[in-house]
Design a protein around this ligand. Structure first.
Ligand code: CAA
Length: 382
C-alpha cells in the first residue's frame, strides 16, 4: 500500500538533522561562505551524529540508513548550508562506487576507516576537457607488475585538498569510450606523482573545497581496482543513480530554507500600510514556491524508494535531479524577489542560497544532461 507518511524513526532522524542544521550550520553559513574556509568542527560534529557516509552498510561499521533516510538527512543538512552539505555529500558520492561494486575486502579496507573518524573522500570523474561527455575521459591506466599506473588530470574535484581517498575513473584506451573505463581507489594522499591544485574560487558553495587533481605516473596496487578493468562506466552510472537523488534532496533543502525565510519576511515587511504577505502578488509567488518544493520532494522520495525496493531508478533519479535543481534556482530567485533590495544584500541569507542553487543545475550532470538521460530512457530503454 502506498504511504506518504515518514516512519516515526524517519521523523526523528529529520528532527535531529534539522536541529543540527539550525543550531550549528545556519549561524555559521555566511561566515564560512565569506571566508571560503573549511568548517571542520561543524563537519566533524555532523559525522559524530552519524549524519555522514550514509551509504556504508552496518557490516562495515555504517549506520544502516536506507536510501530514503539519507534523502531526509541531506534535505535537512542542505537547509542548514548548501556549501557545507556539498562537502558532506561528496563523501557518499565517492564511497558509493566501493559500496556498490567493491569486494568484501575492499569495503573493509576503504569504507570502515570512514566510520572510525571523520575523513573526506573525492569522486574523480570530470576532466578539464570532459564534463557532460563523461565517457570521453582521457586519464589513462596501464598495468605494471603488481600495480596500475595512472596519468591524466581531473577537474572540479570536491574535497580534493582534504581527501584521504580518491575514487578515480580512467581508461585503458580513450578510443573505446565507455567500454574502456575502469574505477580505481587511491588511498594514499601522499602518493608520488599526485598533485592537488589550488582551491577554485566559486560563485557559491564557497566553503566546499574544489580543485584539479593531476596524476603523473601514480602507482596504485592492483587490489585497489573496483570490479574488473573496463567495468568502471557501469559503476559510475550506478553511482549516479544513487547520488543524483541526494543532490536533488539538497535542492529541496536549500529551496525550503529560502521559502521559509521569504514567508517570515513577508509577514514582517510592511508596504502600502500592510505586511506584504497580505498582497496577492506576494501570495501568488509564495504559493508557487511552496508547490514546487513539495513536488520536488515527492520526486526525490520516489527515486530513493525505488532503490530501496531494488528497482531501476535511472529515469526517476534524473526527473528528481533536473526538476529539483531547476526548482531550487527558481524558488531561491523568487525568495530574493520577495525580499526586494534587502534580498540582494548579504545582510539577509537568501542571496547566498540563490548563488548556491546555481551549482545544483550543473554538478552531477547538468539539467540538460538529465533531460538527455530521461529521453534515452523513454525512447531507447523502456
Ligand atoms: N546504469 C547502468 N548502465 C547504464 C546507465 C545506468 N544508469 N546509464 C547508461 N548505462 C549504459 C548504457 O546502457 C550503455 O551500455 P551499453 O554500451 O552496454 O549499451 C552505456 O552505459 C553507455 O550509455 P550511453 O549511450 O547513454 O552513454 P553516452 O556517452 O551517450 O551518455 C551520459 C552518457 C548520460 C551523457 C553520461 O555521460 C553522463 O551522465 N554525463 C554526465 C556526467 C556527470 O554526471 N558527471 C558528474 C560528475 S561528478 C560531480 O559533479 C561531482 C562533484 O564533485 C560534486
Amino acid at each position: 500500500m502506498a504511504s506518504f507518511e515518514l516512519s516515526s524513526e524517519q521523523k526523528e532522524i529529520y528532527e535531529m538533522a534539522m536541529k543540527f542544521a539550525r543550531n550549528e550550520m545556519m549561524p555559521k553559513a555566511n561566515e564560512f561562505d565569506e571566508s571560503g574556509k573549511m568548517p571542520m568542527d561543524i563537519l566533524t560534529k555532523a559525522w559524530e551524529l552519524g549524519l555522514v557516509n550514509t551509504c556504508i552498510a552496518p557490516e562495515y561499521g555504517g549506520t544502516g540508513f536506507t536510501t530514503l533516510d539519507s534523502m531526509i538527512i541531506t534535505e535537512a543538512l542542505a537547509y542548514g548550508c548548501l556549501g557545507m552539505n556539498t562537502t558532506l555529500m561528496a563523501n557518499d558520492l565517492a564511497l558509493l562506487p566501493i559500496a556498490i561494486a567493491g569486494n568484501d575486502e575492499q569495503k573493509k579496507r576503504f569504507l570502515t576507516p570512514f566510520t572510525e573518524s571523520y575523513k573526506m573522500a573525492s569522486f574523480c570523474l570530470t576532466e578539464p576537457g570532459n564534463g557532460s561527455d563523461a565517457a570521453g575521459i582521457k586519464t589513462t591506466i596501464r598495468e605494471d607488475g603488481d600495480h596500475y599506473i595512472l596519468n591524466g588530470q581531473k577537474m572540479w574535484i570536491t574535497n580534493a585538498g582534504y581527501a584521504d581517498l580518491f575514487v578515480i575513473y580512467c581508461t585503458t584506451d580513450p578510443s573505446l569510450k565507455h567500454k574502456g573505463i575502469s574505477c580505481i581507489v587511491l588511498d594514499d594522499k601522499n602518493a608520488e606523482g599526485l598533485e592537488i591544485g589550488a582551491k577554485e574560487r566559486k560563485m557559491g558553495h564557497r566553503s566546499s573545497d574544489t580543485r584539479a587533481v593531476t596524476f603523473n605516473n601514480v602507482r596504485i596496487p592492483k587490489e585497489n581496482l573496483i570490479g574488473n578493468l573496463g567495468e568502471g562506466w557501469k559503476i559510475a552510472m550506478k553511482t549516479l543513480d544513487h547520488s543524483r537523488p541526494m543532490v536533488a534532496a539538497s535542492a529541496v533543502g536549500g529551496a525550503q530554507c529560502a521559502l521559509d525565510h521569504a514567508i517570515k519576511y513577508a509577514k514582517e515587511r510592511v508596504q502600502f500600510n500592510t505586511v506584504i504577505a497580505n498582497h496577492q502578488a506576494i501570495q501568488m509567488m509564495v504559493a508557487d514556491m511552496a508547490m514546487k518544493v513539495e513536488a520536488a520532494r515527492l520526486l526525490v522520495h520516489k527515486s530513493a524508494w525505488l532503490l530501496d525496493e531494488g528497482m531501476p531508478n535511472t529515469k526517476l533519479a534524473s526527473y528528481a535531479k533536473a526538476f529539483s535543481a531547476d526548482m531550487c534556482m527558481e524558488v531561491t530567485t523568487d525568495a530574493v524577489q520577495v525580499f526586494g533590495g534587502y534580498g540582494y544584500s548579504n545582510e539577509y541569507p537568501v542571496e547566498k542560497i540563490m548563488r548556491d542553487a546555481k551549482l545544483i543545475q550543473i554538478y552531477e550532470g547538468t539539467s540538460q544532461i538529465q533531460r538527455l538521460v530521461i529521453a534515452k530512457e523513454i525512447f531507447s530503454r523502456s
